[in-house]
Design a protein around this ligand. Sequence first.
Ligand SMILES: Nc1ncnc2c1ncn2[C@@H]1O[C@H](COP(=O)(O)OP(=O)(O)OP(=O)(O)O)[C@@H](O)[C@H]1O
Length: 594
Amino acid sequence: MFKKIFEYAGPYKKNMYVATVVVLVSVLMGILPFVLAYQVISPLVMGDSVETEFVLLRVIGVLICLVLQAFFYGWGLSISHKAAYNTLFRLRVSLQKKFEKLPLGIVEEKGTGTIKKLFVDDVDSLELLLAHSVPEGIANLLIPLVIYVAMFCADWKLALMSLASIPISLLSMVIMYSVGMKRMGPYYQSAQKMNNTIIEYINGMEVVKVFNRESESYENFRKDVTDYRDYTLAWYKAAWPWMAIYGSLLPCTVILTLPLGAWFVLCGISTLPDLILVLCLSLSIGIPLLKALGFMETIPNLNYKITALEQMLNTAPLQAAEDDFHGQDFNISYDHVSFAYQTTQPGPDGKPIIAENEVLHDITFVAQAGQKTALVGESGSGKSTLAKLLIHYYDPQKGSISIGGQKLCDMSLEALNSRISYVAQDQYLFNTSLLENIRLGRLDATDEEVMQAAKKARCMEFLEKLPQGIHSMAGDAGKMLSGGQRQRISLARAILKDAPIVVLDEATAYADPENEEKMEAAIAELVEGKTLVVIAHKLPAIMNADQICVMDHGKMVATGKHQELIQACPEYQKLWKAAQDSAEWKVSTAKEGR
Ligand SMILES: Nc1ncnc2c1ncn2[C@@H]1O[C@H](COP(=O)(O)OP(=O)(O)OP(=O)(O)O)[C@@H](O)[C@H]1O
């Protein structure tokens, strides 16, 4: 289970071994006082005389042992912490490298909360394993084993008695472990959900307040926080009785040795010095045993976190070559493409398992270079997913997508990105000036070229009204810009980029009429002479498309021009009728409102 994590220790594995040996010496120092005590008690009990100097030397010996125990313990832990934090560092770097190569869609799906939890909390929790469980667990387990061997050599019958509490303790620990593992999945998922919800709650506060959705948003927040509390308590409730049994039984190594041993001595089966030795040694191993097995309590939790980390580290990277684009043209071909989203759920043993949900089934079509191809279909039919595959957000599980005859997986992401402009509804503005935000379209563009792009995207009218114009910071300006205006900034970015392929994902879906008109004008500038793939809910806007592809439940049911589809495709007829009904409804409500 922990093998992979130890691989990340690299050169620091050596430190871990040294730390274990040093902690071992510290545990030994904790045992020695009991042996010294035995040396004093044994002659006293046997009625022999003991010299003061003999006792004083043992007392000094006990003090030295205690000092050395603390010293070696501190030293061992400082070595193990160095190894642990360097391993965590190496693990985080590997995770970051992994994330760089992951399909962007998967990163987005995970959500900020989950990613933060993975990078910060889950990795941090391994500190317990590496800095404590390994050196302390091993040392505290090894020394009692050696002591038991010594006890067996002294008197095997008495040694067996001192082992009596261990089987019941171990059994309750195994039960605790198995019930804990079953509840670990839901507990872990609820923690992830709570993290995501808290981040969403904070990020969405503005929208929530504007739309007066505070109570609903708070309810979601409250539900996830409550779920987390309930799952945590459920885990403790199930595991706690077993923890209590083994925690109290395990150190009771003298529970049988004392009464039965005394009886054995009276019957002449064992000798008194042997009984005293076994009693002293049994007392000495109680604490190390409890410490060693105490680390076992953390295993279900660690096991789940390590599985989640390993799943992330084992996630297949995006299939992309280093090659440049060398397609013959900008024809886009989908060739028998099927795609499934992956979701993580807790399995029957509590460990996370990955479930797949196929949302695109065997899609084949060609978007001709220089033409306008529209994807239409009901909500959830798979239009956006189809577009996201084209910008290589994900790899399809079956089939392939190519541009000009070159498969996406045979070109680098840079090569693809410089040939596609993707404009979605919610474009991100970085907290730098609006000028720099537009310049992201082409980093070597001059200020003049940026201004030209802003003009073409009909941005100047609102940019001029900002206190510092196009030099205003997006963070400050973002609050002053409407959604449509922010989107025109992203259209300016795409115009500047001037990529030969443009993908518009419902760019004007929620724009108000005034903004929509300006956005249409900006889009017209952007798409002129380009290969255009457009996803639209508003069917009249794509009536003139060269090709309309109709999606239904993840399948492409028809392709053709508007007139052909309106006659032959029932799914398209349904969409068209719905579009007309909605237009009529808008006209009638507008009339009523007059
Ligand atoms: N990140 C995701 N994880 C899991 N399932 C997803 C994810 N994104 C979309 N889906 C599912 O995939 C299916 C297709 O979704 P998609 O967004 O591609 O449809 P769409 O036609 O673009 O819908 P809309 O018009 O409402 O935007 C839906 O069933 C949706 O629930």
